[in-house]
Structure formats: C-alpha cells, structure tokens
Design a protein around this ligand. Sequence first.
Ligand SMILES: [Zn+2]
Length: 131
Amino acid sequence: MCLFCDIAEHKMNAHIVYETGRITAFLDINPANEGHVLIIPKLHTDTLVELPDEYLLEIADTARKIIKAYDVIYNAKGYGVMQNGGANCEFGHFHFHVFPRFPDDGYDWIYPEGSKEVSEEVAARLRSAIQ
Ligand SMILES: [Zn+2]
C-alpha cells in the first residue's frame, strides 16, 4: 500500500530495531542524530486521530523502551519525539520519531519568526472545541 506498509510487511528492507504484532520500529535513513528511530503502526493511516488506542499505547511503550536504550548505549540523558500528521504526514503513513539528544548536538526547533497569539481567548477557543 505504501513504503512503510512494505517495511512493516518485510517487503522492503529496513534496519528494524524492535517489532511486535502491531508496530515496527526501524532506523530513520535521514537521522537527526545517530539512533533516530521511526515507530510505525502495522496499519495504514496518516493521522493520530484515526489511530486505534491499542496501537497508540504500543507506540508510546515502544518509545519508552527506545529512550531507555539510548541511555544504555549512548549515555544520552535527553531525547526528542516528534509526529507530523494529516497533510503533513510524510509518506502518508503514521510514524513517530524518537531520537537521542546530546549537549550541543545542533538540533533545534525552527519555525518562522512573527507574532503568534498566546492569550486566554486562544485557550478558551481550544477548551470549547476539545471533546
Ligand atoms: Zn502504509
């Protein structure tokens, strides 16, 4: 169905680091840092909204296992996680990034300069829309 479905079904090679019946975790080929892993559900969806709870729980549990492994193999005391979904889901298949962080590793969260509102009105709009 897609590249990540092919990886999950072992039709495409990847450096798999952990796998269960519901998820596959493998090395990102364009890592932010060494050890950068993508965790994917063995279910084709591009959004967190449609991801069944049992998959989400297993992805979160796998992220914890990987973060613990970073401490063991890299002595990494920090980590990053990231997920882009919907229209911003590269490859069209949900994937959860996990990578170790090191002091002065150069990784940063970059976004356009400019004022974005932070106010009680914004919070109230979100509160009223959250179901
Ligand atoms: Zn897929």
